[in-house]
Design a protein around this ligand. Structure first.
Ligand SMILES: [Zn+2]
Length: 178
């Protein structure tokens, strides 16, 4: 369920109240991870910290391996420079190809691992942005809850995996839903 929250004053975002239960599994809340959004029980908090295993690590590992292979191949097949000016060309060319291939294959690897990780981390894992794009975007993703901030519309969108938590959240904050 997606819950939109209008933010009138960007300097003073509304203080939102969350149900005193884990946003992911409904158990009593034991831990608050960092910011207010992260209401979780101990087990899910542990899982949340390990979520990089399903996102960042597959991206880095597959990216490095295939990027490395592409680098070697490009280096090998690149025309060799004969003058001092073109001598480094194979390395520049190889690095460029390696980087592109690394990012593409790393992203594919990340998508595959994420899909395989759904039973463990929940459906919203696939909604997390890929490592490549996550650096440029205003989102906050957790197991059970995903927040997106639409700056122009002054709306924050919270998506809850658990409908009951979402309804309780709406009630607590007296939000109007469409
Ligand atoms: Zn939990």
């Amino acid at each position: 369920m997606i819950v939109p929250i209008r933010i009138v004053d960007l300097e003073k975002p509304p203080a939102l109240k969350f149900p005193e239960r884990c946003v992911n599994c409904d158990k009593p809340m034991e831990e608050t991870l960092g910011m207010t959004l992260k209401h979780m029980c101990k087990l899910c908090a542990e899982k949340e910290r390990s979520v990089a295993r399903a996102t960042l690590i597959p991206f880095l590992v597959t990216g490095l391996i295939f990027g490395g292979i592409a680098f070697m191949l490009a280096l090998f097949f690149s025309p060799e420079g004969t003058t001092p000016q073109t001598l480094t060309f194979p390395f520049v060319f190889g690095s460029f190809i390696g980087l592109i291939v690394g990012i593409i294959v790393g992203t594919i690897g990340e998508m595959i691992v994420k899909t395989l990780a759904i039973p463990f981390y929940g459906r919203l894992i696939t909604r997390r942005l890929l490592t490549v794009v996550s650096l440029f975007s205003e989102t906050d993703e957790l197991m059970g809850v995903s927040a997106r901030f639409l700056r122009e519309k002054k709306i924050a969108q919270l998506e809850f995996e658990n409908e009951e938590i979402a309804r309780e959240f709406i009630q607590y904050n007296q939000l109007e839903t469409q």
